[in-house]
Design a protein around this ligand. Structure first.
Ligand code: CA
Length: 127
C-alpha cells in the first residue's frame, strides 16, 4: 500500500468516526437511558413519558407508571448469585402471572401483552 493510499484510508476512517460521534448523542437520548444496576419503566412507548427507576423490587408501583407502563429497560448487573432478571406483574405484590421477564441489558420499547398492565416487579435468577 502506498503512503498516499494509507493516508486516504486513514482519513476515511477519521471521517467515519467523526460521523459516528455526531450521530450517537441523538440516538442515545431518543432511546432513553437507564443507569447501571437499575430497572426502568416509562409510561409511554419508546422510553418516553413518566419514568421510574428502581435498584430493588417494588410491590406497588407509583401512580405515574402503575397500569401505565409501555416501555422497559433492565440495566441490572450480572454476577454470581446476583438476580439480574426482572419479572413484571399485572397485580400488586408480585402476584398474577408475570407479563414480562426481562433479561439484563434488554430494552423493550413496547409489548402488546404487557402494555399498561404492570403493577409491581421483582428481581429473580430465572424466568
Ligand atoms: Ca402507557
Amino acid at each position: 500500500m502506498s503512503k498516499r493510499i494509507k493516508a486516504l484510508a486513514a482519513s476515511a476512517v477519521a471521517v467515519a468516526a467523526g460521523a459516528l460521534t455526531m450521530v450517537m448523542p441523538g440516538t442515545a437520548s431518543a432511546a432513553g437511558t437507564c443507569s447501571s444496576g437499575y430497572f426502568c419503566v416509562w409510561s409511554d412507548t419508546g422510553f418516553t413519558g413518566n419514568k421510574v427507576s428502581w435498584s430493588g423490587s417494588d410491590s406497588i408501583w407509583p401512580d405515574s407508571v402503575w397500569n401505565k407502563d409501555s416501555s422497559w429497560i433492565n440495566s441490572g448487573i450480572t454476577g454470581p448469585g446476583v438476580p439480574s432478571l426482572v419479572k413484571v406483574y399485572p397485580l400488586n405484590f408480585q402476584t398474577g402471572f408475570y407479563t414480562l421477564c426481562i433479561g439484563p441489558g434488554q430494552k423493550i420499547d413496547w409489548n402488546p401483552g404487557a402494555n399498561d398492565n404492570g403493577q409491581s416487579h421483582g428481581w429473580y435468577s430465572s424466568c
